[in-house]
Ligand binder design. Structure first.
Ligand SMILES: Cc1cc2nc3c(=O)[nH]c(=O)nc-3n(C[C@H](O)[C@H](O)[C@H](O)COP(=O)(O)O)c2cc1C
Length: 352
């Protein structure tokens, strides 16, 4: 495991040191604990990108196990930003009905319902979207050696990209979601804009970090402007590309601070172009990045990645490494992960 330092705890409104089971207040929302089902594509949407009963049950089951927050798998904001043919969409009003049933099922089980909204950029393919994917520059995605050479987003196209995110966020709100998460990690479009490897632009969206993060801030501000105050906006931020010449943590910290100032209620720390899964790494592999970002912002921070062992997830909150803990594959494999972790940690908590 990477060397981890303890940092002071961020626990708005509480006098005792929080742990994984402590509630958290987040911009008017109350999470019953710090356990999060992070977004995990399930590949069960209709060919039109609509929610199916299987998708509802997949999320409902994990909400019923006791998670405080469910971030629903990524939903594409525009057909040209679709990642796979089995992904849900929030690109059209037609999607609202299924998303409404999904949000209601999660909330009925006592969890807060959030929808991740995403644009895949050059992580998409012309086979799926029927057109060349978009990207900051006409450079093939580093993780897609056989992928399309994308079309660079022109300055004239930028407002449409921003509007697609904002329209999607409004649909999520109409469907009853209490929060939306802007996907800016894992080599998707916004992650491509932040990475010097995929962003070679020479206009105001390329070059130094304040240019490479301009689209993040414009998307966030427009989403925030279009939503009522009580709907929280989170950003899943790729913190490091871990590739020579790629995004490094200092630029991610700078970006996270600007996002928090511009109204992000939570920074959800994950990987950049490298993806989410920490191949070949030990436990808690993104915690050092989460700690760095947590020092740079005043809002709560979430971290996911190799934290599927309940005592370790608990330690992550107790020692102030992060405020919320995402448990991905462990919860995929065991829908009752939260139930079991809550039972185990309640025993540990009980005084002898
Ligand atoms: C099957 C699968 C699908 C995923 N889909 C998404 C997604 O839709 N959006 C996203 O931001 N991350 C996605 N991820 C990444 C997870 O949210 C999480 O960050 C990753 O699995 C690392 O956490 P873990 O070590 O607890 O599994 C996915 C991961 C898996 C395993």
């Amino acid at each position: 495991m990477a060397k981890l330092r303890a940092t002071h705890s961020r626990n708005p409104g509480a006098g005792v040191m929080p742990d994984l089971l402590s509630p958290l207040s987040l911009q008017g929302l109350t999470l019953r604990n710090r356990i999060v089902m992070p977004p995990m594509w399930s590949g069960q949407a209709t060919p039109d990108g609509l929610v199916t009963p299987a998708i509802i049950e997949y999320h409902r089951r994990r909400a019923a196990a006791g998670c405080g927050l469910i971030i629903v798998e990524h939903a594409f904001v525009h057909l040209r930003g679709r990642h796979t043919a089995t992904q849900i969409g929030v690109h059209s009003d037609v999607a609202i009905e299924g998303l409404t049933r999904l949000a209601a099922a999660i909330k009925r089980e006592g969890a807060v319902a959030c929808l991740q909204i995403s644009h895949a950029g050059s992580h998409g393919s012309s086979r799926v979207i029927g057109a060349r994917p978009l990207a900051p520059s006409a450079i093939r995605h580093p993780n897609e050696p056989d992928g399309d050479v994308p079309e660079a987003v022109s300055l004239a196209m930028i407002p449409a990209v921003i509007a697609a995110f904002a329209d999607a966020a409004v649909r999520a709100q109409i469907a009853g979601f209490q929060a939306v998460e802007i996907h800016a990690a894992h080599g998707f479009l916004l992650s491509q804009f932040l990475s010097p490897l995929t962003n070679r632009r020479d206009d105001e969206y390329g070059g130094p970090v304040d240019h490479r993060s301009r689209l993040h801030l414009e998307v966030l501000r427009e989403v925030r402007r279009r939503l009522p105050r009580e709907i929280a906006v989170f950003v899943r931020l790729g913190a490091h590309d871990e590739m020579p010449g790629g995004l490094e943590i200092d630029d991610a910290c700078w970006t996270a601070a600007r996002l928090a100032e511009a109204g992000a209620a939570l920074i959800d720390v994950s990987g950049g172009l490298q993806g989410s899964r920490g191949v070949g790494k030990g436990p808690a592999y993104f915690v050092p990045y989460a700690q760095a970002i947590r020092s740079a912002v005043q809002v709560p921070v979430m971290v996911t990645g190799g934290l599927g062992e309940p005592d370790l997830a608990n330690r992550a909150v107790r020692e102030g490494w992060a405020d919320l803990i995402g448990v991905g594959r462990a919860m995929l494999n065991d829908p009752d992960w939260a139930l079991k972790a809550i039972a185990h940690l309640s025993m540990v908590r009980r005084p002898g």
